[in-house]
Design a protein around this ligand. Structure first.
Ligand SMILES: Cc1cc2nc3c(=O)[nH]c(=O)nc-3n(C[C@H](O)[C@H](O)[C@H](O)COP(=O)(O)OP(=O)(O)OC[C@H]3O[C@@H](n4cnc5c(N)ncnc54)[C@H](O)[C@@H]3O)c2cc1C
Length: 410
């Protein structure tokens, strides 16, 4: 049920703060699981032209949320991932192609424009009887012994046992909970846009690895693809300022005319790349999900898939806490969430960082190791399949909802 009127002194089991993909997914799951849920946030930004490749365990999870059919209708399947070494370095890796059918799948997942993803989740949320939506920012956060109070921009107070912080990388809730972060910058920015092309993509996503970062073309419905091009900040800005015709020609040249003539669509964004990992995922009645807990460069389509694993794991832990009649915001519950997520988040953050550094490095031994890794993954079947499966969803830490299982009842 949607309710945009600011409430006063309302009590909820859980208050989710932030209406990006992380907050919308968390609010949907928790309300569906029967928790009295508040979603407190202004609407997600309507101008986000980024797309998300939803992969592996995200697919059964989104089916469980009841939004997969709409996502599949709005997005494009990803059947093959092609990696091309376009570095012009002395030691170059061979091209590697990973086909979903090799691991018994018709596709690795679906690529969808973020705007469509948030619209679909928003529409789902409007149907949930356990959910109250408060379309305002949180201005003050007060963790108390038995609850957490959130004061909104209009001065209303929303109280809950637990606040789920999905308010992005500059999170106010994380700060109020006293959770520190480790951050580091990258000498790169991502130019993001969507384009049409002459030839079909045949559901193949292509990643050109260049000495400044990857240039990725990910299928969208029809003869269209989304572009993420990682460059030096100066070059990303130069490209953004080009005319449509010049930028289209430049992107076609960099793609070696693989998809024929290209035509960029309106809307270009440049995202400076930065990494952040929270030192804890929960404290003082606040649990972190999504970019509030981890932010890293868009390499290997990890960010939002990792986020959905946060949400699924938190849902599982809260459902168990409720069965055992525990306080949902108790330190022991948050410690369980921390244990469930730490390994996955740190492995992905380090993996993405390493892949990025290996690409940028001019050192011959690093180039050789990278090329050898590509070679092994391309030629050695069992390793290929392991890379594909673990790249989609890590088997050791996959929450039940990511494995197509429901949460236990009772
Ligand atoms: C260029 C680029 C490409 C990417 N491509 C992929 C990809 O292919 N696959 C993938 O998995 N991931 C990808 N990612 C990562 C993914 O886009 C992000 O992880 C995701 O969008 C972040 O979602 P979020 O909900 O955590 O944060 P956000 O989208 O930042 O949402 C935070 C929300 O909190 C709200 N908010 C902030 N402060 C408050 C407050 N005080 N009160 C209430 N609300 C507040 C904001 O209004 C906002 O709506 C990419 C990232 C980038 C930069």
């Amino acid at each position: 049920m949607s309710d945009t009127a600011p409430p006063t002194d309302r009590r909820f089991d859980v208050a989710v703060v932030g209406a990006g993909p992380a907050g919308l997914a968390a609010a949907t799951l928790l309300a569906e699981e029967g928790f009295a849920t508040a979603l407190v946030a202004p609407p997600a930004r309507p101008d986000d032209v980024r797309t998300t490749a939803l992969l592996g365990g995200s697919i059964p999870f989104l089916r469980r949320l009841g939004v997969l059919t709409a996502i599949e209708a709005a997005g494009a399947p990803l059947a093959t991932m092609r990696l091309v070494d376009a570095t012009d370095r002395l030691i170059r890796a061979p091209e590697a192609n990973f086909h979903a059918r090799e691991i018994g799948l018709s596709s690795f997942g679906v690529n969808i424009v973020n705007r469509d993803l948030t619209r679909i989740l928003d529409e789902k949320i409007a149907t949930l009887p356990n959910l109250v939506r408060i379309a305002e920012a949180v201005t003050t956060v007060a963790p108390l012994p038995d609850r957490i109070d959130l004061v909104t921009a209009s001065g209303a107070t929303v109280s809950a046992r637990l606040a789920v912080a999905a308010d992005g990388k500059g999170s106010r809730l994380r700060e109020a909970a006293g959770i520190a972060t480790t951050t580091w910058a990258h000498p790169q920015s991502a130019l993001v846009l969507n384009l049409a092309h002459e030839r079909p993509h045949f559901d193949v996503s292509t990643e050109f690895h260049t000495a400044t970062g990857p240039y990725v073309l990910v299928p969208l419905p029809g003869n269209r693809s989304s572009v993420v091009l990682i460059e030096t900040p100066e070059e990303a800005e130069r490209l953004r300022a080009l005319s449509d015709a010049d930028l289209s020609a430049e992107l076609e040249r960099r793609a070696r005319s693989l998809l024929g003539r290209m035509t960029v669509e309106p809307g270009r964004q440049v995202w400076p790349l930065a990494s952040l990992v929270a030192k804890s995922y929960g404290a003082n009645r606040v649990a972190l999900v999504g970019e509030t807990a981890h932010t890293f460069p868009p390499i290997g389509a990890q960010g939002l898939n990792l986020t959905l694993r946060d949400v699924a794991a938190l849902g599982e832990i809260l459902a168990k806490a409720r069965r055992e009649k525990e306080d949902l915001g108790a330190p022991a519950v948050l410690a369980r969430y921390e244990r469930a997520r730490r390994l996955d988040v740190e492995t992905r953050a380090r993996g993405v960082d390493l892949a990025n550094r290996a690409l940028l490095s001019d050192l011959l031994p690093v180039q050789a190791a990278r090329a050898f890794g590509f070679f092994l993954a391309d030629r050695f079947g069992p390793l290929r399949r392991l890379v594909m499966r673990e790249g989609l969803t890590p088997s050791l830490v996959a929450p039940r909802l990511m494995r197509g299982l429901d949460l236990p009842r009772g």
